[in-house]
Design a protein around this ligand. Structure first.
Ligand SMILES: C[S@@+](CC[C@H](N)C(=O)[O-])C[C@H]1O[C@@H](n2cnc3c(N)ncnc32)[C@H](O)[C@@H]1O
Length: 340
């Protein structure tokens, strides 16, 4: 490049603009690259040190194109996520190193959900809206979502513990139990607690059952594959919980749902609902797009409106609190009247 061209670009502010643009684009590439390296098992292979390209290719499957694989891996090198040395490729970037660890599975699933599931909703929503169309309900990412939902676990755990006494018989009904992780924590908190988990999606319910069994809780917790609106239970529960799924119900169906849930509670029993709400960060806004344009789902709740809906359904002492500082992620607690 000639000096004159460079100076012109600089004084027109184009070089700063181009650099900013490339930084943004690189973060997009990084998200796509790292999430794919995780979902395709490539980081699992690279986890224990440098691996030669021939070995890596053989691990991925017979007849893999060396040229294609090298081009793909070199994007990772260019992003600083991989390093290429004499012995082959190894994981270099701090983000990749953290995500490659199996204990960070919720964050791995979260990144994959953003790259694979949020992406089409962001890019296709305007054209769907122009054609007066909505996205179909899609069960395929159910297990991925059950895994990624666990990023909110530390915040939700606090309110789950607050809602459950440490001792004494206690019955919990968990609606949309996902992985079953909150049932586990509830059982750990109170050794006399027993629980029923309801899960709409058969594959997710199967995941929850396997987890419950592996945690040694099969005698205390049962998972039923059903839509909560089909569940036939009496007023036998001390606590009904809904974590991160109120938006699987349309806004105008939520009063009816809450009336239905009251029917499962003993007098004085409580509802604990945790959810992302309107007005959050970009990840929450992307979730809001998803649920607002998918058949059968509804927008993230407005906190005031949800409190009013719970009161309209017959709950008393309804209140809400923020669970994550500076984020619109809240708990809603409501009581079934009957005990003075
Ligand atoms: C985002 S996931 C959250 C899973 C779990 N509660 C958590 O926070 O980790 C929501 C779950 O609710 C389930 N669900 C949605 N609508 C339901 C319904 N009507 N009855 C039972 N489960 C439902 C979905 O299948 C999904 O697994």
């Amino acid at each position: 490049m000639r000096l004159k061209t460079m100076m012109t670009m600089f004084f027109k502010g184009q070089s700063t603009f181009a650099m900013k643009l490339m930084r943004t684009v690189n973060e997009f590439y990084r998200t796509c690259f790292v999430s794919t390296a995780l979902s395709e098992g490539i980081y699992d292979i690279l986890l224990n040190g440098p691996v030669g390209i021939e070995w890596l290719g053989a691990e991925l499957g017979p007849g893999i194109s060396r040229e294609g694989l090298q081009a793909w891996l070199d994007l990772g090198v260019s992003l600083g996520e991989l390093e290429r040395g004499k012995q082959g490729y190894r994981i270099k970037g701090a983000l990749s190193k953290r995500l490659a660890r199996p204990e960070n599975d919720p964050y791995r699933a979260f990144l994959e959900e953003i790259a694979i599931n949020h992406y089409p909703y962001i890019t296709q929503t305007p054209s769907m809206l122009k054609r007066k169309k909505r996205f179909e309900f899609d069960e395929s990412p159910g297990e991925l979502i059950a895994r990624s939902s666990r990023v909110s676990e530390p915040f939700i755990m606090d309110v789950v513990e607050e809602a459950i006494p440490r001792s004494g018989p206690f019955r919990l009904l968990e609606v949309g139990c996902g992985s079953g992780i909150y049932i586990k924590r509830a059982c750990e908190r109170n050794s006399s607690l027993s629980a029923v988990g309801l899960e709409l999606q058969p594959r997710v319910a199967e995941l929850a059952r396997k987890n419950i069994e592996s945690w040694g809780l099969s005698g205390r917790a049962l998972v039923e594959t059903t839509d909560v609106r089909m569940y036939q239970g009496g007023p036998e529960f001390d606590l009904v919980t809904l974590h991160q799924n109120i938006y699987y119900f349309k806004v105008d169906e939520r009063v009816e749902l809450a009336r239905y849930l009251i029917g499962f509670l003993k007098p004085g029993g409580r509802l604990l609902l945790t959810t992302a709400c309107q007005g959050g960060s970009p990840a929450i806004q992307a979730l809001n797009i998803w649920v607002s344009v998918t058949e059968g789902y509804g927008a993230l709740p407005d906190p005031e409106e949800l409190c009013e809906q719970l009161e309209e359904a017959g709950f008393s002492k309804v209140w809400s609190k923020r669970l994550i500082p500076f984020e619109s992620f809240r708990a809603f607690i409501a009581e079934k009247p009957g005990v003075s």
